[in-house]
Design a protein around this ligand. Structure first.
Ligand SMILES: O=C(CO)COP(=O)(O)O
Length: 266
């Protein structure tokens, strides 16, 4: 299965092109002073050489331009962690999708649970942010996932379907949006769903995407939540898992590189 990226992905890539599997993205969250970011990006580039799969990092906005410049030409993608839903305006403290693009980003994470639950972002706002990312020519990484209470109540699939219905923009395509399934209770906890449960959730997401988009069968679906070097291979081997979105373990170049290798990246 391939996912197509439309024009605008990078200045050099103005053709539709496939996102090679596995897709391994590292969300640095609120980690990375300039020197740390430089060491992390450099360490990763040194280990990877030229990536055979899709490898990307999502540093904090303050270091994004420097990391993007440092990784230019390596084949490692750089993205932002969030964007405003408007391209510019009187929104103190916010960063727009065109600003991220201007700083060297080719992608942006939207709807991460730390923003949905930590900062009260709604499905409607997340949808507007996906749209803003697409308008700026960025690849949107749309995050969805159930809370622990929803999981315990057996409502996981219903929640994922609702989040997709309400945050997938009408007319969006596999070319421009990647979905990341991140159970809230698995993020930063060391706990993960069983492989069967991951497979079941990814299958439900796929079925919903096929209803929402004409090329829904091609949308890449990542798993995120306590992915480490020792479970990454098994998770990426689950049918329907196209890659992983890694938090904590992406802050160590050895660990992140081991995850990438575990998925078959070279
Ligand atoms: O939130 C995540 C990635 O976006 C996952 O975080 P952890 O890998 O630290 O659990």
């Amino acid at each position: 299965m391939v996912c197509y990226l439309a024009a605008g992905f990078t200045a050099a890539m103005d053709q539709k092109m496939a996102l090679a599997r596995p897709i391994v993205f590292g969300n640095w969250k609120m980690h990375g002073l300039r020197a740390e970011a430089k060491a992390l990006a450099g360490g990763l580039a040194e280990r990877v050489g030229r990536p055979s799969a899709t490898l990307g990092v999502f540093p904090p906005a303050t270091v994004l331009a420097e990391v993007a410049a440092q990784l230019a030409g390596t084949g490692i993608l750089v993205g932002g962690q969030d964007c405003h839903d408007k391209p510019k305006g009187a929104f103190t403290g916010s960063i727009s999708a065109p600003m991220l693009k201007d700083a060297g980003a080719v992608a942006v994470i939207v709807g991460h649970s730390e923003r949905r639950h930590g900062l009260g972002e709604t499905d409607a706002l997340v949808r507007a942010k996906v749209q803003a990312a697409l308008e700026a020519g960025l690849l949107a990484i749309l995050c969805i996932g159930e809370t622990e209470a929803e999981w315990l109540e057996g409502r996981t699939l219903e929640v994922l379907e609702r989040q997709l219905d309400q945050s997938w923009p009408q007319g969006a395509s596999a070319a421009r949006v990647v979905v990341a399934y991140e159970p809230v209770w698995a993020i930063g906890t060391g706990r993960t769903p069983t492989l069967d449960d991951i497979g079941r959730s990814h299958a439900a997401i796929r079925a919903r995407l096929e209803r929402l988009a004409s090329d829904g069968d091609k949308v890449a679906i990542l798993y995120g939540g306590s992915v480490k070097a020792d479970n990454a291979g098994a998770i990426m081997a689950v049918a329907g898992v196209d890659g992983v979105l890694v938090g904590g373990a992406s802050l160590d170049p050895d660990g992140f590189f081991a995850i990438y290798r575990a998925g078959g990246g070279a």
